[in-house]
Design a protein around this ligand. Structure first.
Ligand code: BGC
Length: 388
């Protein structure tokens, strides 16, 4: 995978250990100010850091896990990296085991953001700092820091990409002159309700789409406009595919066409595309379909004109933020936050560092994904990650 290689190259280039500074220079964006704070803190002790990731069924989490592990190791830590196969008890046991093994810090991307209270209590009792990685851990006082992307903005960007594909706004989300009047038939998908992010994505998207549903520019033939109706349990492709099949059967007769689908994640988009193909939609006449994560199979679908867009979240930068935050916490310092208001987990507002996101269409795959080394041109061409 290109990003893994990129990371290895970056690390090889920094034998001196000025990791944060170099990553900031390579990645461009927000590496905690690139201060290198805590570069030496804890490193000489080589303490153990536990890294808990949700699943390996989505390539973004594999890339996240690898990047966090490499960043921590380069900073002198030992790493226990675990994936939980999207099984909540497994993730709980993995975190228990990390604590028992003497982890000095935990970096956790939760499967279900509400199920780790017991683990976090145990961590707090031993003064083990906890960083919530990309998905906010809810209902616990014991979350020290949150690193993620601007999740509301992800939803706004997805909705704008949908409208852009329908010819209603430009790539900046500004209304275009002589836009078609519509109405356009759209269907809406949300993520897994136990993932805090799913709500931010939905709220961001609906802040853009709702006025257009209200004024009749967009029509949702299924009338499923609540997040509970649109949700996709566990973010699974097959769940999105079967819901799309049901929607097509129940609400689209021979004359009705789907013009657009709001999809919050590339895996779901691929399930939606499969359902549409089975219903007779040709690849060159698909509705406008959005996505998220720039997964390689979907980047190829975008290059081929089947899927319209995805939201690129550079997991290398997120991993770097997590490493920087862990170093700060282990040095007894507060990590640098750029948001201290929006991420209330039910018991506290968790200080956060949010990274920006980029909308990728066919015309900027090369500039955003290939030139930055996230995917190689060969990977985009084949649609398969090079795992060497
Ligand atoms: C992440 C998304 C991802 C989704 C499914 C969310 O929490 O923020 O990037 O697409 O989970 O894995």
């Amino acid at each position: 995978m290109a990003n893994k290689l990129w990371y290895s190259r970056a690390i090889a280039a920094v034998a001196t250990g000025a990791l944060a500074v170099t990553l900031a220079a390579c990645g461009g964006e927000g590496a905690g100010g690139g201060s290198g704070a805590g570069d030496d803190a804890g490193a000489e002790e080589g303490g153990l850091v536990g890294v808990a990731m949700p699943t390996e069924t989505s390539e973004r989490w594999i890339a996240d896990g690898a990047a966090v592990e490499e960043g921590l190791e380069a900073a002198g830590y030992e790493v226990d990296l675990q994936f939980a196969g999207d099984d909540i008890p497994t993730q709980q046991q993995q975190i228990d085991a990390m604590i028992n093994a003497g982890a000095e810090a935990l970096i956790i991307a939760a499967i279900d953001g509400t199920t780790l209270t017991g683990q976090l209590e145990a961590a707090a009792a031993q003064d083990i700092p906890v960083i919530s990685y990309d998905r906010l851990i809810r209902d616990s006082e014991d979350v020290d820091f949150y690193v993620s992307f601007d999740n509301f903005q992800v939803g706004v960007a997805q909705a704008n990409a949908l409208l852009n594909g329908l010819g209603l706004v430009d790539e900046e989300g500004e209304p275009v002159e002589d836009a078609p009047e519509g109405p356009f038939n759209v269907e809406l998908f949300a993520g897994s309700l136990d993932d805090n992010n799913a709500h931010f994505f939905w709220d961001g998207a609906m802040s853009v789409l709702e006025p257009l549903i209200d004024d009749g520019t967009l029509v949702v033939p299924s009338e499923q406009t609540d997040i509970d109706q649109a949700a996709t349990q566990r973010w699974l492709q097959e769940n999105a595919q079967s819901r799309m099949e049901d929607l097509l059967t129940a609400h689209y007769d021979g004359n009705e066409q789907v013009d657009g689908v709001l999809s919050p994640y590339d895996g779901l988009s691929r399930g939606i595309i499969e359902a549409l193909r089975s219903a007779g939609y040709e690849d060159d006449a698909m509705p406008v379909i959005t996505g998220q994560d720039a997964e390689i199979a979907s980047v190829k679908l975008i290059a081929d004109g089947v899927q319209d867009s995805t939201i690129f979240k550079d997991t290398r930068l997120l991993a770097d933020q997590a490493v920087t935050a862990a170093e700060a916490l282990l040095a007894g310092e507060e990590p640098e936050a750029n948001n201290t208001t929006d991420y209330d987990n039910g018991l506290k507002v968790v200080p956060s560092y949010l990274l920006p996101v980029v909308t990728v269409y066919a015309d900027n795959i090369e500039s955003e994904l290939v030139d930055s080394g996230y995917w190689t041109a060969e990977e985009v061409e084949s649609g398969v990650a090079d795992t060497e």
